[in-house]
Ligand binder design. Structure first.
Ligand SMILES: Cc1cc2nc3c(=O)[nH]c(=O)nc-3n(C[C@H](O)[C@H](O)[C@H](O)COP(=O)(O)O)c2cc1C
Length: 249
């Protein structure tokens, strides 16, 4: 396995960081790698907000579904899907004319793609420097609070956040299992899995869940549905996402 593949293969989400702060040299390398990511039409429809302030980190550790480890990160990067800069440039150059097309949902999706692709470069670059990271999806929650805290204008949506810090010494990586390839990669056409396939696909998650003593008598899928899909935070997230979408105008 070559070095890059090994870095990708070894990565785990890191939620416990060394006390040493990320050096500015290493952060520069991460940012450089991030900005070199491919983007649709090379339009780079995203912005990155770099957080080092501990008060802001504390606020984020509460607003992002109360996850205390967030405030222990050395640095945080918020990845903002962003058409504001292009929109404003179209405006100041008076490019918008008459009934010509205005940016819409297509730009929204394209900017999501650019943003997430760039964030992945940050994860891999960080990992190559011994810096672990964890995505925090909950940055999409609490529309008003996050919009205000980060001064986010129309045509911006913070779609991902990364906590970053050096791996602590003696950290033992535990790799999480993935769904088997046959359920994830289809040849030539999409395969709508039948019931038998779906049961096989989910069996490893069921087995992992059932192997834990604390889960005795519980059903994996009922627990998962309650914790991830029918959870209070998902109702809040749904409302927040609606508002972010309305902000895209
Ligand atoms: C979009 C996204 C949002 C995530 N949000 C959180 C989060 O809020 N808190 C957390 O601890 N992990 C979060 N994760 C990390 C996932 O739990 C993790 O990637 C997954 O369990 C697989 O584990 P691994 O990254 O160690 O391979 C998120 C990952 C992604 C891609």
């Amino acid at each position: 396995m070559n070095n890059t593949l090994k870095i990708i293969d070894d990565r785990v989400s890191l939620r416990w960081y060394d006390k040493k702060r990320i050096s500015s040299e290493d952060m520069d390398k991460i940012i450089k790698a991030t900005l070199s990511a491919p983007s649709a039409g090379n339009m780079m429809m995203y912005s990155i907000i770099h957080i080092k302030n501990s008060d802001t980190m504390k606020k984020l550790s509460e607003s992002c579904d109360s996850q205390p480890f967030i405030k222990t990160a050395s640095d945080i990067l918020i990845f903002v899907a962003d058409f504001n800069k292009w929109n404003r440039y179209y405006e100041i150059t008076e490019t918008y004319k008459g009934s010509g097309r205005r940016p819409g949902k297509a730009e929204m999706i394209k900017s999501f793609e650019d943003t997430m692709i760039a964030s992945t470069n940050a994860v891999i670059a960080a990992e190559s420097l011994g810096i672990g990271s964890c995505y925090i999806g909950d940055i999409l929650e609490h529309y008003e609070l996050h919009k205000e805290l980060f001064n986010l204008p129309n045509y911006t949506i913070p779609i991902a956040m990364l906590t970053l810090g050096y791996y602590p010494e003696k950290f033992k990586k535990i790799k999480k299992k993935r769904f088997e390839r046959e359920f994830m990669v289809f040849e030539e056409r999409y395969k709508d899995l039948d019931e038998k396939d779906l049961k096989t696909m989910f069996s490893s998650k069921e087995e992992e869940f059932n192997s834990k003593k604390t889960n005795e008598g519980k059903s994996f899928i009922d627990e998962f549905y309650t914790r991830k899909t029918n959870a209070d935070f998902m109702y809040e997230l749904e409302e927040s996402v609606d508002r972010w979408f309305k902000n895209w105008k």
